[in-house]
Design a protein around this ligand. Structure first.
Ligand code: PEP
Ligand code: MN
Length: 363
């Protein structure tokens, strides 16, 4: 098996202009595709996107125009010079898109969640290393599943490979259509440092007014580019109407982006980093002390034959700290995750007191 950690970057990196993939959620008519692409080609858009096979949540919705949309994308390519991209969800889509000379294929979030579907696509891509493939994160927040999908495509010999962070399904989420959970994309970058990662603020936000702030956030974090839905008449769009921008709105968003340098090792930054290092040492110190107290509690629980897990106490800690953290600008999700991992380690240390021999044999 090829090791995906050896993957290189797709379009080079270096604080330059972010790569921009833009176009309608769905190709709806030849004229809509042509008109949208004509406007976008003047805005420095690198790749024109349009979905022609649409995975709809409910049956009976608009499921895309299908294969006839491929010739509309071919026409965009020859008229504007932009590379063209569409979503593929099975081997038949891949075969049709490759035969039509589509430059970039992306795998949607519902598809990357299924290893069977991703493997089927990988098999169909075998021998077509000229094509670029972008893998959206799976709908569920599972980094291993995302990396597994990338690895399947890489194993098929595709080295022009990148990822798209489009956020994760969260039942009842108020602000975002799909929660960013940035730490998952950051961990992907840490695990595969050279992999090209784009952000899709349209599906993340679900509302056009969120596209600009999410895009800037992605640039601030060092993403390599953006995939943004754009329609010549968004209010008439047959899918994802609320999140699509007009070409003029896209221009405003792109013009407003503030570029960030990848290597800003100025003196000021060095000083701030030293402060961060100091904070980290203090955190380590506090955690060490907390674990020592936790072990003392473990000794007490064992002496009184108490069970280790006391859920009310845990819930109480998480609730109190989430509220306190919110007052200083930290998200409840962050505080919950943090307290959860600290609590898990406390439990592990207490368990060691209950079953010292088993734990030693594990090491
Ligand atoms: C899309 O890009 O149009 C799309 C369906 O995206 P996702 O797979 O992220 O939902
Ligand atoms: Mn869409």
């Amino acid at each position: 098996m090829r090791d995906i950690r050896e993957i290189g970057s797709l379009w080079g990196r270096g604080g330059g202009k972010p790569l921009v993939v833009a176009g309608p959620c769905s190709a709806e008519s030849e004229e809509q595709v042509r008109a949208t692409a004509a406007s976008l080609s003047h805005l420095g858009v690198d790749v024109f996107r349009a979905g022609i096979w649409k995975a709809r949540t409910h049956p009976g919705g608009f499921e895309g125009v299908g294969e006839r949309g491929l010739s509309w994308l071919q026409a965009v390519k020859s008229a504007t010079g932009m590379r063209v991209a569409t979503e593929v969800a099975n081997s038949a889509h891949v075969a049709a898109a490759l035969a039509a000379g589509i430059d970039v294929l992306w795998i949607g979030a519902r598809t990357s969640a299924s290893p069977f579907a991703t493997q089927e696509i990988a098999d169909a891509l075998h021998g077509h290393d000229e094509v670029t493939v972008l893998v959206k994160n799976p709908v569920n927040p599972d980094l291993e599943l995302w990396i597994g999908a990338l690895q399947r495509i890489y194993n098929a010999g595709i080295t022009r490979l990148g990822a798209i962070h489009r956020g994760f399904t969260a039942y009842g989420s108020q602000l975002y259509r799909n929660e960013p959970r940035w730490h998952i994309a950051i961990e992907l970058r840490r695990r595969l440092p050279e992999l090209t990662i784009l952000c899709d603020p349209s599906h993340m936000g679900g509302k056009r007014e969120l596209v600009a702030p999410i895009s800037q956030c992605a640039i601030d974090m060092g993403f390599d580019g953006l995939m943004i839905e754009c329609h010549c008449a968004p209010e008439q769009a047959r899918s994802d109407s609320a999140q699509q921008l007009t070409p003029a709105q896209l221009k405003t968003v792109l013009d407003s982006l503030v570029a960030r340098s990848p290597q800003p090792l100025t003196d000021e930054l060095q000083t701030l980093r030293l402060q961060i290092d100091q904070c980290d040492r203090e955190l380590l110190d506090v955690l060490t002390r907390r674990m020592a107290v936790s072990r003392q509690i473990g000794v007490f629980k064992k002496a009184h034959n108490l069970q280790i897990l006391q859920p009310e106490r845990y819930d109480d800690i998480v609730r109190r700290l989430s509220e306190a953290g919110a007052q200083t600008g930290m998200s409840a999700e962050f505080m919950q995750t943090l307290m959860q991992v600290i609590h898990e380690e406390s439990v592990r240390q207490q368990l060691r007191l209950y079953r010292p021999s088993q734990d030693e044999s594990e090491q």
